[in-house]
Design a protein around this ligand. Structure first.
Ligand code: KIV
Length: 289
């Protein structure tokens, strides 16, 4: 397998803080399997998130809500095996942390012990602030996630930008500050107007990673399948497609199907040979039957 980058040393939280201080943008991407992790590694990103967006991108659910801890762990372990330098973030799925600090800790510990994540991500402010504090107190680094929080899609009334009124923006900013005060190491801010992101970045010290949150964030995250054009259908306005892998994949499978049907594949070079003497002996053995 070809890679484009020499092996790098492991990224640390201190590296992220140093990049933020230096004004060097942080790059995060999601991944859900071993080849995806290897691609992210070779591309030289800083962080890889095994997002619960896996529910939709790879498991075919219609929201992130149904995915289970066990499903997330299978995917996260596969990513861990393909990753070396970037920090690995595991997304705690809906229903696996909200009810109590004890539940959050038990779930987060599974992600650390069974899947080797460096950090876990939880969504929302509110009760998630206490959950974040409990995880940090137990020695597990936490990524907060505010703005559009897809696990609360029903409560938010759909996948829509958040913080578009001054009061709603203040609520998002207050959640961000509360998560920093709870000890979070990083923050994801999703689908908020740029001035809201700028106000957060002005008021917190930890790195802020945006998705649909404008250019003032300290870094950006995109979903692997969105940025590579792996699936069909409409994408959020903040998605930029850097490749069209679905079209390339359909073309490839269609060409294979054509060649199987025409007899062009497999050609002699795709098969295995047998020494003439062995072939002769095989004929004799078959004739004797
Ligand atoms: O699940 C996910 O992929 C995410 C990113 C969009 C930040 O939470």
């Amino acid at each position: 397998m070809s890679t484009h980058a020499a092996p790098r040393r492991r990224v640390t939280l201190a590296d992220l803080a140093a990049k933020k201080r230096a004004g060097e943008p942080l790059v995060m991407v999601t991944a859900y399997d071993h080849p995806g992790a290897q691609i992210a590694e070779a591309a030289g990103v800083d962080l890889v998130l095994v997002g619960d967006s896996a529910a939709m991108t790879v498991l075919g659910y219609d929201s992130t809500v149904p995915i289970t801890v066990d499903e997330m762990l299978v995917l996260t372990r596969a990513v861990r095996r393909g990753l070396d330098a970037p920090l690995l973030v595991g997304d705690l799925p809906f229903g696996s942390y909200e009810a109590s600090d004890a539940l959050a800790l038990a779930t987060a510990q599974r992600f650390v012990k069974e899947a080797g994540v460096d950090l876990v991500k939880i969504e929302r402010g509110g009760t998630s602030v206490a959950r974040a504090r409990a995880l940090v107190d137990a020695g597990i680094p936490v990524v907060g996630h505010v703005g559009l929080t897809p696990q609360s899609v029903a409560a938010l009334g759909g996948y829509r930008a958040q913080g578009r009124t001054a009061e709603a923006a203040i609520a998002v900013i207050d959640d961000a500050i509360a998560l920093q005060n709870a000890g979070c190491s990083l923050l994801v801010v999703e689908a908020v107007p740029s001035p809201v992101t700028a106000a957060i970045v002005d008021r917190v010290d930890f790195p802020v990673i945006g998705i649909g949150a404008g250019a003032s964030a300290d870094g950006q995250v995109l979903v692997f399948h969105d940025l590579l054009g792996i699936y069909d259908g409409p994408a959020a306005r903040f998605v930029k497609r850097y490749a069209h892998l679905r079209d390339a994949a359909i073309d490839g499978v269609a060409a294979y199907a054509r060649e199987v049907r025409s007899g062009a594949y497999p050609a002699p070079e795709h098969g295995y040979t047998m020494a003439d003497a062995e072939e002769q002996r095989l004929r004799e053995l078959l004739d004797r039957r």
